[in-house]
Design a protein around this ligand. Structure first.
Ligand code: UD1
Length: 419
């Protein structure tokens, strides 16, 4: 059974103080999968203690890999002689990113059987680009009873064009190609920081990857990879969410342990909406806006505005001065949070990939329900300024991606309880 916890949030307090950001969920997930490419132990530091990370631990344990927490945020992953190549439905359905073990399985065991991730609250999210990539590397792929089976004699490098710069597909292909014979060129590759980090990690293991952060990434296969020690980068989406928490409550907050460069698009949009944003080393400071102006947002692959910040930005726009249009270009169905924000008094109209948000004077508490991770975060943000006490259910979605959210918000002065 899913965790029945709820958040009770009484709005109205401007947030003040410093919040420290944890390690990046999505970077930890792909790097954990990449550890399987070596026979040696890898040590990962700054791994966030999140539900999705626990799910990935379960997946790689099922495959026969030894995983252990050796410190609060440090994982040791020993993939010496694991031999199971099957990731079952029960695990993959809880987290789509489990599919990232397919590339490493093909490279190490020459076969993989992974449940199709299936539908998801934010759109169809197929895995066709991943499979196109594996086929190009020589794998034979079949589907059977909801599972994808892939087998290969020898992975061979090839040129692969991805139709859309998919983060997951770029990562999965990069991992498989690292141990393929010859050279692979991924065209229209994703340029996200998590992809660059995975590439840096693989290169530290002994891979030969060039062009990280560009449209074309080249991978020259090597015979084997070694175990390494690596530190996970800070979570840009957690950082961005606290930026909006400061903005929406008209607070004054230092967001510490972030890379401001990776949050550039969010910083620019917050400045356009009238906020004062400054950066110093690994901190972003958000302060006292005169009043929030409406701005338009279009989500795009990195370095464009991240789809993972769209819901949170919508929460901010609900109380902005004027009308804003948010266009979701990455996922076809990612506005589930709009309905619950409306229950709190927001004026939002959805037309296909666009949502039109007319700023209102205030939001009011209402019982609402998180329907996905970032949409859930948007409801928390709305609740921080709503009049009265908002009850948010299904917060297990939020726990997938935010470490101790209620504690961190409370330390900034918010009135948040988990019940
Ligand atoms: C990753 C992130 C997720 C983020 C998303 C977009 C992880 C664990 N998750 O998800 O938080 O919201 O990037 O930045 O890192 N697509 C296909 N076929 C495929 C693969 C993708 O059509 O084989 C489509 C998707 O449906 C979507 C778009 O491509 O419309 C981008 O998806 P993708 O970048 O692959 O997202 P994920 O890697 O699943």
């Amino acid at each position: 059974m899913q965790n029945p916890d709820k958040f009770l949030i009484t709005g109205g307090k401007p947030l003040k103080g410093t919040v420290v950001i944890d390690g990046a969920k999505n970077s930890a997930l792909s790097i954990m999968a990449a550890c399987l490419l070596s026979r040696e132990v890898s040590i990962l530091e700054n791994v966030p203690r999140l539900k999705d990370v626990y799910s990935m631990i379960e997946v790689i344990k099922i495959l026969g890999v030894n995983v252990e927490w050796i410190d609060n945020n440090t994982l040791s992953i020993d993939p010496d002689d694991f031999n199971n190549y099957e990731a079952p439905y029960e695990l993959v359905k809880t987290m789509r990113a489990s599919f990232l073990v397919m590339g490493p399985l093909l490279a190490r065991l020459k076969k993989a059987k992974i449940s199709l991730p299936g539908g998801c609250a934010i759109g169809a999210r197929p895995v066709d680009f991943h499979l196109k990539g594996f086929r190009a590397l020589g794998a034979n792929i079949t589907t059977e009873k909801g599972y994808i089976k892939a087998e290969v004699k020898e992975l061979k490098g090839n040129d692969i064009y991805i139709d859309f710069p998919s983060l997951g597909a770029t990562e999965n292909i990069m991992m498989a190609a690292s141990l393929a014979e010859g050279t692979t060129m991924i065209e229209n590759a994703a340029k996200d920081p998590e992809v660059i980090e995975l590439g840096n990690f693989l290169n530290k293991m002994g891979a030969k990857i060039d062009g990280l952060g560009n449209d074309i990434v080249t991978i020259t296969g090597v015979k084997s990879l070694k175990g390494v020690k690596y530190r996970i980068i800070p979570d840009r989406i957690e950082g961005g969410t606290y930026m909006i928490a400061a903005a929406i409550t008209r607070g004054n907050v230092e967001i510490k342990n972030v890379n401001p460069y990776y949050l550039k698009s969010c910083i620019v949009k917050l400045e356009e909406s009238g906020l004062r944003v400054s950066t110093k080393d690994d901190s972003i400071f958000i302060s006292d806006p005169e009043g929030i102006k409406s701005v338009d947002i279009k989500t795009m692959p990195f370095p464009g505005f991240p789809t993972d910040m769209q819901a949170q930005f919508m929460a901010l726009m609900t109380i902005a001065n004027g009308t804003s249009i948010i266009t979701e270009n990455v996922f076809e169905n990612r506005f589930a949070h709009a309905g619950d924000l409306r229950r709190m008094g927001a004026d939002i109209k959805i037309e296909g990939r666009n949502s039109i948000i007319k700023g209102v004077k205030k939001l009011s508490a209402a019982p609402v329900m998180a329907s996905d991770l970032r949409g859930g975060a948007a409801l928390v943000l709305g609740a921080l300024v709503a009049e009265g006490t908002t009850e948010i259910s299904r917060i297990y979605h939020i726990d997938r991606g935010y470490v101790r959210l209620e504690e961190k918000l409370r330390s900034l002065g918010a009135n948040v309880r988990r019940e």
